[in-house]
Design a protein. Structure first.
Length: 64
């Protein structure tokens, strides 16, 4: 019984604290001659940025 309650609490915490803006985004880092490009496998967006820090928001054309 305690395990079931723990699983429910864990699920609720994940649902509350997950970042909904990047839920579907799967960023892949590609380094080229001193700069980095992030590409999203899900939506195809591509952006340059800082090494080790993927974008915090989805860059799709339509967020729906």
């Amino acid at each position: 019984m305690i395990v079931i309650v723990g699983l429910i609490v864990a699920f609720l915490l994940i649902a509350v604290f997950s970042n909904r803006k990047t839920r579907l985004c799967r960023w892949r880092e590609a380094r080229h001659d001193g700069y980095v490009t992030y590409s999203c496998v899900h939506c195809g967006a591509s952006v340059s940025g800082v090494i080790g820090k993927p974008p915090k928001a989805c860059l799709r054309a339509s967020n729906g």
